[in-house]
Design a protein around this ligand. Sequence first.
Ligand SMILES: O=P(O)(O)OC[C@H]1O[C@](O)(CO)[C@@H](O)[C@@H]1O
Length: 364
Amino acid sequence: MASSGLISDTQPWKDLKVHVEDIKKTHLRDLLTDDKRCQSMLVEFDDILLDYSRQQATSGTIQKLFELAEAASLKEKINRMYSGEHINSTENRSVLHVALRASRDAVIQSDGKNVVPEVWKVLDKIQEFSERVRNGSWVGATGKALKDVVAIGIGGSFLGPLFVHTALQTDPEAIESARGRQLRFLANVDPIDVARNITGLNPETTLVVVVSKTFTTAETMLNARTLREWISSALGPTAVAKHMVAVSTNLMLVEKFGIDPNNTFAFWDWVGGRYSVCSAVGVLPLSLQYGFSAVEKFLKGASSIDQHFYSQPFESNIPVLLGLLSIWNVSFLGYPARAILPYSQALEKLAPHIQQASLLQHCA
Ligand SMILES: O=P(O)(O)OC[C@H]1O[C@](O)(CO)[C@@H](O)[C@@H]1O
């Protein structure tokens, strides 16, 4: 990188600035007549096809973007992330959501400690708990099985799990495993959201999962108090232990709130809120609804793309190509917005999930 440290001072950036003027003179229609170009802009991995031939770019553009990636030391930065360095400089911490879906025997270090065993300890605990709830061996205060779950959370503690839940709702295998059960999400402090979420639910058969990394978020805590009151006024205050569990990094505040620490599912500071869907934030509510084995498949898929991102050369690395094309569109072509248009209705909640991950990009 240039001595000033600014990427915009590097030669590849300057070359792209010149190149953009040529590209602007080229119509996409003309680019699409070049079959060789279009074929070179297809990448396949694990049943995912990336077709970026409709981008306003030539193979020369892509080459220049790779040079930019090199000037930005992108490969070194990816390596630093996977080796647990504190790449989140504002919070001085590792960024290790990849560890949440790593295989049991993987070794991923944060602050000199392999975090994978802790991850699996929580996953095993979720599996055991969700199976007990689902098979009726964990019952509510009046001895009834818990069929319905309300997950309270906001932002990263809500949008990822909602996205996966919405995507699974029409999957035949998932429909079967969720038969007779409901999963609802409560995020808004508007009393209408509370009313809608508890309408038709019986506190005797409902489990409330409070999801909050910090356990201080005002909206989540207000909703948690409201549902604690809903349960204790119907079943008595001791019922809270059977009907409320938590997902948090702040185990002290969870206990202070009145949730049994044994019924708390931990995650860690090195998980950014918006990347937390693969932690207990998503895994617990989704396992309660669909069973742990269904969620484990989701974790394996995420792990597979993590490995692809880590090891694949940039020419066929889907996340890297998407990132570079995003820089090309925003910083060079000057497009101020990106549209995410999931043609499948099952993916309708993908856009809000990605939107918040992208909005909070200042804190990895
Ligand atoms: O999980 P918490 O601590 O309740 O925070 C909820 C969300 O609020 C934010 O801090 C801001 O939206 C997100 O980063 C986070 O996912």
